[in-house]
Design a protein. Structure first.
Length: 718
């Protein structure tokens, strides 16, 4: 998988269907190629160095370096920016050595992709050095045997006598000169990850978060595609990273018009003092290339995230059908009310009851008690253990909501430790949702969270945790860091959070953790390393959810998306959609309910019961199968279709947004079937070849009324 051609001085990282090549030229590590698989490195003779002809700019500046830095006047965005003790930021990195080994190492302090055995991957580490400053940079590249995802990271070692300051650290890769369009996931609270496509400007294109979390507004995902790329074909270069904090994803189109794609820290909110003898580990970026369009991208990223990012007991297990009380009760509940919702859930086959916000401290509204993780026995009469045991006696697991990174000013924790929150002494501590953020860069704060959450999890049979985080950083500074290091707070916070999550998930390995941040405000591969699923959005309106889940699915697998059926009129939009539609949309992720089943009509309750049975039957395919988008709601007036495929069956879900009179005949063409095989759908009594399903497609019947859905389930019969 990884080769070094000594004579040509070329590194060749070769996947099943991609190649990535670098070449050492006069000691400088150049980027040579990233794209479809090459049989060898003989393309070396085609590698031209732009700007060799006479030009205003030095030839050196125009060569695609693997790690562009400030050297000889490089004017593009740099991958690594270090201000040294002399106050300048010149950095001349030259090849020093390399090693190739089986498997993959973990990154110190940060989550990263992993393998279970050494045979699954090969890793190349290249050491570059600036001998003037005595700084080493170790670049790490892992090629996985089963899936064409390249994992890259960089660590910086200061062997010099003086401290230096890291100002920026990006994983950069230069793409071939061509026309591109950028695809990214834009959003906000309750409208996360709307897939946007825009021509790449001839300049600098950046999406970023300064929020101290990956955030609702942008997602750490960027794809550059050719204008002709569709869901089904065409080239895609995509990047994400395994990090949950502020980030920057960019494409820098320089004077030679070849974009340099980058993913890394957001330099506005990052800085790091690297003392003599210390090492700084940067986050891991995941690079994906395919010629098979956007579905081809998802066919790489979904199984990769399922197998090489998510981990632990629940990784491959069927995710439980849950019922959560948030939209059913908000803060207005007692033990009996919760039990009755759970009981009805058990009657229709739900497997997990989640007690959401409001069970602790004196919390009856969102203005208090975060940090006081002690059950409120006035509401949960008899305590948590008793309620959890009663729920278990219904044959269900019991889950619990926490928001451990936060503190309410009206809490015992805040009264005891007013300096434990992020703040700037002397300035107002800006509250959002009437709460402040704990300073997770501090060990004593991390330990408090670990111990207080552990104590609750030990006190009762809790099998699931919803780990929420409901605001972003404003005065995001630690009061204990010296002035020169204040700007390190955001990254130190992330390191602290990862320590806390690593410790708690190791203590409770059988607990299923679901992350949440006001819905999907922290949906990224960093958090998925600890919690295999994320609450996709607070917007539970089926019509809007289609777009959110569609965009999210570009990168993230359905098994990572929580999706619940809620009441109508919908609490976020006031819209009413049919019950079956809400079920079909929620089947696009980890299925659950977010309503009081006791309030449903007999007809809807029956529908809910049938949906649960169907999810249990089909979830193997929906959670582990190959997922393909067939019709895009962003360009089809809100209507969408998607398909799940495995050895056993093909499931197709079609969401029809708005009815119209005199609709033209439409059909949905399936994908990835065997042309000659015959497929049968019992419910609709259809039997035909894969070729016909892919060529002619499923005809859409005339649908009266808005927000109607259809679900097909085909089996191969010959
Ligand atoms: C956030 C979550 C919701 C719910 C509330 C509770 O908004 O996204 O699902 O848990 O917090 O306060």
């Amino acid at each position: 998988m990884i080769y070094f051609d000594e004579q040509k001085q070329v590194f060749h990282l070769q996947g099943n269907r991609f190649s990535y090549q670098m070449k050492i030229v006069d000691g400088v590590l150049m980027h040579m190629y990233w794209g479809s698989r090459l049989p060898s490195c003989d393309g070396d003779c085609l590698f031209t160095l732009a700007g060799e002809a006479a030009s205003f700019d030095l030839p050196f500046n125009r060569r695609p370096r693997e790690v562009p830095t400030q050297e000889k006047g490089y004017f593009g965005r740099r991958a690594l920016d270090i201000v040294n003790s002399q106050g300048d930021d010149v950095l001349s990195l030259r090849y020093e050595s390399h090693i190739i080994f089986s498997g993959k190492k973990a990154l110190a302090g940060l989550p990263s992709s992993y393998t279970e055995t050494e045979e699954e991957a090969q890793t190349l580490e290249i050491t570059l050095a600036d001998t003037f400053l005595n700084i080493q940079v170790v670049l790490s590249y892992t090629v996985f045997r089963d899936l064409d995802v390249l994992a890259r990271s960089m660590r910086v070692i200061n062997n010099g006598p003086d401290a230096v300051t890291l100002k920026d650290l990006q994983t950069a890769v230069c793409l071939p000169y061509d026309q591109y369009e950028a695809i990214h996931l834009k959003g906000g609270w309750a409208k996360e990850r709307q897939a946007m496509r825009t021509p790449l400007p001839m300049g600098h294109f950046t999406i970023q978060s300064r929020r101290g979390a990956s955030g609702h507004e942008n997602n750490p995902f960027l794809a550059l595609v050719k204008p002709e790329t569709t869901e089904f074909s065409g080239e895609v270069y995509a990047m994400t990273h395994v990090y949950s904090g502020s980030f920057s994803a960019s494409a820098d189109v320089g004077m030679d018009l070849a974009p340099t794609m980058m993913m890394g820290f957001c330099p506005d909110v990052f800085s790091w003092q690297l003392n003599p003898g210390e090492t700084f580990q940067g986050p891991e970026a995941l690079l994906m290339y395919t010629k098979d369009g956007l579905n081809g991208l998802s066919a790489l990223s979904h199984p990769f995230i399922r197998r090489h990012i998510c981990r632990g007991y629940w990784r491959d297990r069927p995710r439980p059908v849950l019922i959560n009380n948030w939209e059913a009760t908000y803060f207005d509940f007692n033990a009996e009310k919760l039990y009755n919702i759970a009981k009805k859930g058990a009657e229709i086959g739900c497997e997990l009851f989640v007690i959401d916000d409001g069970w602790f401290g004196k919390r009856n509204t969102d203005n208090c008690s975060l940090g006081d993780w002690v059950v409120n026995e006035n509401k949960v009469e008899g305590g948590l253990k008793k309620l959890a045991e009663r729920i278990e006696s219904l044959g269900m697991m019991c889950g619990l909501w926490f928001e451990p990174e936060m503190v309410s000013p009206d809490s015992d924790l805040y009264r005891a430790h007013p300096d434990w929150c992020l703040h700037v002494p002397g300035r107002e501590r800006t509250q959002a949702r009437q709460q402040l953020i704990l300073d997770l860069s501090r060990k004593e704060v991390q330990d408090y969270i670990i111990e207080s959450v552990s104590a609750v999890l030990r006190s009762a049979p809790i099998s699931y945790v919803k780990w929420d985080m409901n605001r972003n950083m404003t005065e995001g500074f630690s009061c204990v860091l010296p002035p020169r290091q204040k700007m390190e707070t955001q990254h130190r916070y992330m390191l602290g959070l990862y320590r806390v999550l690593g410790e708690i998930t190791a203590r409770f390995p059988r607990v299923l953790f679901e992350s949440c941040s006001g819905g999907g405000g922290r949906f990224d591969c960093g958090i998925l390393c600890f919690m295999p699923q994320t609450w996709t959005s607070d917007d539970t309106d089926a019509a809007e959810r289609v777009k959110i889940q569609y965009g999210t699915s570009l990168l993230y697998p359905c098994s990572s998306m929580g999706a619940h059926v809620s009441a109508v009129p919908n609490h976020q939009t006031g819209r009413s959609t049919p019950f079956l539609t809400r079920c079909h949309v929620a089947m696009g992720g980890n299925f659950g309910f977010e309503l009081d089943l006791n309030k449903l009509s007999d007809e809807d309750l029956q529908c809910a019961k049938e949906a649960v049975a169907m999810v249990k039957e089909l979830r193997g395919t929906m959670q582990q199968g190959t997922y393909a988008r067939l019709s895009n709601p962003m360009t089809n007036g809100g209507s969408a279709a998607w398909q799940f495929t495995d050895q056993e069956r093909i499931i197709v879900c079609i969401y029809h947004h708005q009815a119209a009179a005199n609709q033209p005949p439409q059909s949905i063409r399936l994908t990835g079937l065997e042309e000659d095989a015959v497929y049968h759908d019992e419910a609709h009594n259809l039997t035909c070849s894969g070729a016909a399903l892919m060529g002619m497609g499923l005809p859409l019947p005339y649908m009266r009324g808005d927000f109607k859905t259809l679900l097909y389930c085909f089996r191969k019969i010959s």
